[in-house]
Design a protein around this ligand. Structure first.
Ligand code: GDP
Length: 299
């Protein structure tokens, strides 16, 4: 929690410095409510959440004098309520073996890093983990992933550049079944320049994976970068509509004033937010907790 609170400092600053300036010791009137709504939109919470939260606030406090603490409390509660049904657990060790997790998302979103952090967490819990370099287009990505796998003490599987990613994923799961891996973590390509090409590639990986295990992938995590703000919503839309996403990881919440974008993403998506990234280090990945997030966002 400490780390989350620290991690979201920039988002909470952007939001609450204005809140404080606008509201301190003044009776709540329509002009102030309009300002609050505007602030929430500027903090990337999206027009729908902003309107609902403002309405709640109006219902509770209109005409009353409100101080900073009360505003923060009320905001945290409202945002927490907006998000509480959008939180989901990521728990590969309670699933079938090998538990196959596919990581999807555009390049730079934090897929490799997130996969590495998860690998380290799982090996730390004693699990036998296989990391698969399914982004066969970028040699640098393969190398980076290998470093993460070694650091985590996980097994690693890759192919020469431009190999067939679906074939690699198939062989990886076959190997995992044979060697008794608990979890298989599969990275994928993320070039969005050719959107349909990328979707076709991901769908092919999934199709081929199902040939060796009809229930796999057991989890398809969409990794979204919070620093791109509202653009994350567009990405959720593209991937969410075409690929069967089962959970969202929102990364880089530490480096941005745009952490509020998690709210509209959570609401737009059919799948819950499962994990959040709050730094580049191996330990900087946390289960998503709606209430804790809301509190940290408000500061
Ligand atoms: P990929 O292209 O999707 O595999 O993205 P990478 O995993 O290579 O991440 C891109 C950059 O974002 C790297 O420099 C990472 O260190 C950084 N990164 C990933 N997650 C986080 C995070 O939660 N916080 C911060 N500050 N940086 C992150």
């Amino acid at each position: 929690l400490q780390r989350l609170a620290g991690g979201l400092t920039r988002s909470s600053k952007a939001l609450t410095e204005q809140v404080t300036a606008t509201f301190t010791k003044a009776p709540l009137d329509q002009a102030k409510l309009d300002e609050l709504e505007e602030m929430l939109i500027e903090a990337d919470l999206g027009p729908h959440s902003a309107a609902r939260i403002t309405q709640r606030f109006s219902d509770a406090k209109f005409g009353k004098s409100v101080d900073e603490m009360e505003i923060k409390e009320a905001l945290a509660e409202a945002i927490g309520d907006e998000l509480s049904s959008r939180q989901g657990a990521f728990d590969p060790l309670s699933g079938p073996r090998p538990y196959v997790v596919l990581f999807i998302g555009v390049n730079g979103s934090g897929k490799t890093t997130t996969l590495g952090k998860i690998a380290a967490d799982l090996t730390g819990k004693g699990a036998k983990v296989l990391v698969v370099a399914g982004d066969t287009f970028r040699a640098a990505a393969v190398e980076q992933l290998k470093v993460w796998a070694e650091r985590a003490g996980a097994d690693f599987m890759s192919r020469p550049p431009n190999s067939d990613a679906a074939g690699l994923a198939f062989d990886a799961i076959a190997a995992a079944k044979e060697k008794g891996h608990d979890v298989v973590l599969i990275d994928t390509a993320g070039r969005l320049q050719n959107k349909q090409g990328l979707m076709d590639e991901l769908l092919k990986v999934i199709r081929v994976v199902k040939k060796i295990d009809p229930d796999a992938p057991h989890e398809t995590l969409l990794v979204l970068d919070a620093t791109v703000g509202r653009n994350a919503l567009a990405q959720e839309n593209i991937f969410g509509n075409q690929i069967g996403v089962t959970g969202i990881v929102m990364t880089k919440l530490d480096g941005t004033a745009r952490g509020g974008v998690l709210v509209p993403v959570a609401q737009a998506s059919d799948s819950p937010i499962k994990l959040i990234g709050v730094g580049e280090g191996i330990e900087d990945l946390q289960p998503f907790n709606a209430r804790a997030f809301a509190r940290s966002l408000v500061g």
